[in-house]
Design a protein around this ligand. Sequence first.
Ligand SMILES: *Cc1c(COP(=O)(O)O)cnc(C)c1O
Length: 224
Amino acid sequence: MSISKNLQTLSGHIAKAAEKSARDVPDINLIAVSKKQPIERIHEALAAGHRLFGENRVQEAQGRWADLRGKYPDLKLHLIGPLQTNKAKDAVALFDVIETVDREKLARVLAKEMDKQDRHLPCFIQVNTGDEVQKAGIAIAALEEFYQFCIQECGLNIIGLMCIPTADEPAALHFALLKKYANQLGLAHLSMGMSADFEKAIPLGATYIRVGTGVFGAREELRA
Ligand SMILES: *Cc1c(COP(=O)(O)O)cnc(C)c1O
């Protein structure tokens, strides 16, 4: 199946979910998650006119996107994977949006890098909605204080919240929680929903959905 076809099919599903929940289609942004995908597929998506992409590793993203950036000035790249502070400099230089701000040290380092590079990128706070040990994201109980820290102490431009639901619970539960917290904090954006569950995230207010396999097919690690 071709990637432009996949993108078309997805926009159809997005439009349908939007209509059902009385939402405007332009408010729902499809992030094509290109991690671990062969570069030809990325070229295909670009040729089809898609411009919004997500990557979860700084190094991998640098390797493929640093050049493409020059060719596609309207490209938007979201970092959706965990960020080590020693990669913050590269991340700020490459990405347009950082979705995974989840601890004080990282918030501080990012803020410093953004000042240095004069690139004040919009950010999301990643929330550990399942309160799982070992999982990325700020704990729910610490969210409000962390948000205040990010905006007041660091001056970060926090535009929304992001989550990855736990595998063993209904995703909608996590989406509803994330929406509730975003409302409480007065944040406009929600990054939630992947290939398997984006149709559930749309009625619950997703403004960014992150779809990988649904756009590109199976990743390298997944293919036999
Ligand atoms: C890989 C990834 C996705 C996309 O997952 P698919 O199931 O392929 O749609 C979305 N969000 C994050 C954070 C990811 O790492």
